[in-house]
Unconditional design. Structure first.
Length: 193
């Protein structure tokens, strides 16, 4: 017996964002108060356990180099660590890889790598949209812009999400992003001071 799959139908129709936002309704004031009583108080009581979890994560990072919670979003964790580390390296750099002419050229390469990892975090946190090279056609870019416009319209209908903006990366940004990845790969073993 074959049943209907509502998620599959939603994806095939192309109306995933519209369907999700149409079903989501804002809470009334009394639902909001009930939520704070039910969850807010329990969060306050449960905070004591959270201190213990922070200490365990701190210990895990000191012993293993990563905590259990880092693995849950390893892509984000690594991007944030690499971004901070490369920024620090750029500030205190004393040498450069041997195939480069001078320190200024190395700092410029580090700037490209920093920009790329900032974009990684923007894609993850701030709703930047990136189109991979194999899909980067004019038609696909138009579809992506249309998708971003529809999402923004849906967000503006809801108080909580109003004003949320999507940034569709243009061709130049995509190429600069990919250049940063290739430089990161090429100079991976040169990321030391």
């Amino acid at each position: 017996m074959e049943g209907t799959n509502p998620v599959k139908e939603m994806i095939e129709s192309g109306n995933t964002v519209e369907s999700l936002f149409d079903k989501w309704k804002p809470r009334t004031w009394y639902q909001e108060v009930g939520w704070w009583i039910r969850h807010g108080i329990w969060n306050w009581v449960g905070y004591r356990g959270e201190v213990w979890r922070y200490l365990v994560r701190f210990w895990q990072r000191g012993i293993r180099g990563y905590g259990d919670s880092d693995v849950w979003g390893l892509n984000y964790h690594l991007a944030a660590v690499i971004l901070g580390s490369v920024k620090e390296l750029r500030e205190m750099v004393h040498g450069h890889p041997c195939d480069l002419k001078d320190l200024d050229e190395w700092k410029e390469i580090l700037e490209h790598i920093i920009w790329t990892f900032e974009v990684v975090l923007n894609i993850y946190e701030r709703d930047w949209l990136y189109l991979e090279p194999c899909h980067r056609t004019e038609a696909e870019m138009k579809k992506l812009h249309e998708f971003a416009r529809r999402c923004e319209e849906k967000h503006n209908k809801h108080k909580f999400l109003a004003g949320m903006k999507y940034h569709v990366m243009d061709y130049a940004e995509c190429e600069r992003y990919e250049l940063g990845w290739s430089l990161f790969q090429k100079y991976f073993f040169g990321l030391w001071d």
